[in-house]
Design a protein. Structure first.
Lengths: 271, 348
């Protein structure tokens, strides 16, 4: 099932990540290709977030190699292509910050040091806000938004950099079901536009219809790596103490979204 | 007033106050954002040791203070970023070492006594020399230029360091830049506000502005305005009432903060009262947006979505019920109308 055609966008070869001397995940081999929607599953403390952070140099690479867009991570400089949505429970801070201001900071990596925000920068910020359905709330204080809306602000911030690959760490943690649906609708639209998605989560249910591939991390190692269907077939054996696989059979109300065309095909409303 | 402006030292004091009022809130906002409101205080302590060395050596204390503060800033930031378990204690040792050294050095100096440190600690309007003014002016221009170029990067690092690093921003370099900006601001403020009080002028105007502004940008504009008014106003009051300038300026700033706090409390009271009149959609699980399947109707500055015969308009984290006829009346009772007025007055 796995596509072998597109070039790898992320390639880990025997990668060991950790903090200082302490390894958290060891000997990870993982190749992610353009267009995949990869779910990195695992219980809390399994090391799945450590892998995600390692892609951005936020955890130390202790052994092995990490290639991003065919280039060793250490010499990779085209930062905006690899978007990151970190795990954060709240955006409330000691200062007032609007949604648009947070999202605009995702544009910085594409701006020169002396340059001001151009018309193209502002247009991309607006587009990112529209994609996550928060255009109406651009000038609202982020602290006033719900948890689910704040996650979408973080997604929009990453989208403002126009990434080819989006790595998200626990985007649904602490988000209620209704808002999870909204979030997945947004991601489905982005995938339809060609975005490669890597989602670190311990909640499979929300993404069941979107995912093309499942990687299970357990005890700092990859315990399973296969297509969605392979995972359904073997899931019960791989995931001894979890019931994620039960959710896969349940039809969800956002299923039609996946088969629908992307938002850009709906006419000129976005221009 | 004209009599006051005719006095040389007052002209210099007012100019120095203007520079301080402009620079301090601009740098301070990032300290507030990073929850480092007290760091400027510590740098003031070390700058005082620099002052003492200057007095002892017969040099300009401004330059020695600048050297001391900048060295302290770099060391402090490196200790902080290493996140070592004893970092907090290390900072305490540096800060108290600075103030202890300054007292001892001054006592051993033939040119000063511990009492002569008072002007540096609390500010005095008679002490600004023409040479100082030139140095302050150049340093302020440097602060303004660096903040103008780096402000959104400093903002990004202060709001989410991990994300900033993932986006390729040089996080340590930007944090060092902020630390050095803080040190330079401390020195620019040492004559007028004083090294023990300068942190207040970086923080208090921002604290007040946070109660007024509705965005980072507009709150910062308010903070600079408040900083300028308090700083220049404080020098004028200090002259008229014969009080130490630093204390006067900081008390003024705290007064503004209290007024803003009361105003903000009253405003949210009124908004709550108005909230009883504004109609929130019940149990709204669905998120409206382009292509959500509900008819979108432009309504003034926002878009309503027709949802089971109701018109829903986004408001904060929830939706309000809007109708065709209400385009004027409820908007006046609305919290946002107050915010919009302030926004118009505050930003850009």
């Amino acid at each position: 099932m796995r596509v072998t055609g597109p070039a790898p966008v992320i390639e880990l070869r025997g990668a060991t990540f950790g903090y200082g001397e302490r390894a958290v995940v060891t000997d990870i081999d993982l190749t992610i290709r353009a267009g995949e929607v990869v779910l990195v599953l695992g219980p809390n403390g399994s090391g799945k977030s450590t892998i995600a952070k390692g892609l951005f140099g936020l955890t130390d690479l202790l052994a092995g190699e990490v290639d991003v867009f065919g280039m060793p991570r250490a010499s990779f400089r085209d930062y905006p292509r690899l978007g990151y949505v970190p795990q954060r429970h709240t955006l409330a801070s000691s200062v007032t910050v609007t949604v648009a201001e947070v999202v605009s900071s995702g544009r910085l990596s594409r701006q020169s040091w002396l340059g001001l925000a151009t018309r193209a920068d502002r247009a991309q910020v607006r587009r990112a806000l529209e994609l996550v359905g928060l255009a109406d709330r651009a000038s609202v204080d982020v602290g006033a938004l719900s948890g689910g809306q704040q996650r979408r602000v973080l997604i929009a911030r990453a989208l403002a950099g126009e990434p080819d690959v989006l790595v998200m760490d626990e985007p649904t943690a602490g988000v209620d079901i209704a808002n999870q649906h909204g979030l997945v609708e947004v991601l489905a639209r982005l995938v339809a536009e060609g975005l490669t998605l890597v989602v670190v989560t311990h909640e499979l249910a929300a993404f069941a219809d979107l995912v093309t591939r499942v990687v299970v991390v357990d005890g700092g190692r990859i315990a399973f790596d296969g297509s969605r269907d392979e995972f359904v077939a073997t899931g019960s054996e791989v995931l001894h103490d979890h019931d994620w696989h039960h959710h896969l059979d349940r039809p969800t109300r956002w299923s039609p979204v996946l088969s629908a065309e992307g938002p850009l095909s709906q006419g000129g409303s976005r221009s | 007033m004209s009599e006051m402006l005719g006095i040389d030292f007052m002209q210099r004091a007012l100019l120095a106050a203007f520079l301080v009022g402009l620079a301090a809130p601009l740098v301070g906002v990032f300290l507030v954002q990073r929850r480092l409101a007290l760091i400027g205080d510590g740098m003031g302590h070390v700058a005082l040791a620099g002052v003492a060395v200057g007095v002892w050596a017969g040099q300009s204390p401004v330059w020695t203070a600048l050297i001391g503060a900048v060295i302290a800033a770099v060391v402090v930031e490196l200790i902080r970023s290493s996140a070592s378990a004893n970092g907090d204690v290390a900072l305490a040792i540096i800060f108290y070492g600075g103030i202890a050294a300054s007292v001892v050095i001054i006592a051993k100096s033939s040119r000063g006594t511990p009492a002569s440190l008072t002007a540096y600690l609390f500010g005095a309007i008679t002490t600004v020399t023409p040479g100082d003014l030139w140095v302050f002016g150049v340093l302020t221009v440097v602060i303004l230029a660096v903040v103008a170029v780096l402000r959104w990067r400093l903002f990004a690092v202060a709001s989410d360091e991990e994300y900033a690093q993932s986006a390729g921003l040089p996080v340590l370099a930007l944090n060092l830049a902020l630390a050095i900006l803080t040190a330079v601001t401390v020195v620019v403020s040492m004559r007028i506000v004083g090294l023990l009080l300068i942190s207040a002028l970086m923080i208090v105007p921002n604290a007040a502005a946070q109660l007024i502004g509705r965005s980072f940008r507009s709150a910062l504009a308010w903070a600079v305005a408040i900083g300028l008014v308090c700083s220049v106003g404080g020098v004028v009051v200090s002259y008229a009432a014969d009080t130490p300038s630093g204390g006067t300026i900081v008390l003024l700033a705290i007064g503004v903060f209290l007024v803003a706090a009361v105003g903000s409390a009253v405003r949210s009271r009124l908004a709550r009262a108005a909230g009883a009149r504004h109609d929130e959609a019940e149990g709204h699980g669905h998120e409206h947006g382009p292509g959500c399947g509900h008819e979108a109707i432009p309504h003034g500055d926002h878009v309503d979505y027709v949802h089971d015969g109701h018109r829903h308009a986004p408001h904060g984290a929830h939706y309000d019920e809007h109708s065709d006829e209400d385009s004027d009346e409820p908007a006046r009772a609305h919290e946002h109308s107050v915010g919009a007025q302030l926004r118009e007055g505050g930003s850009r």
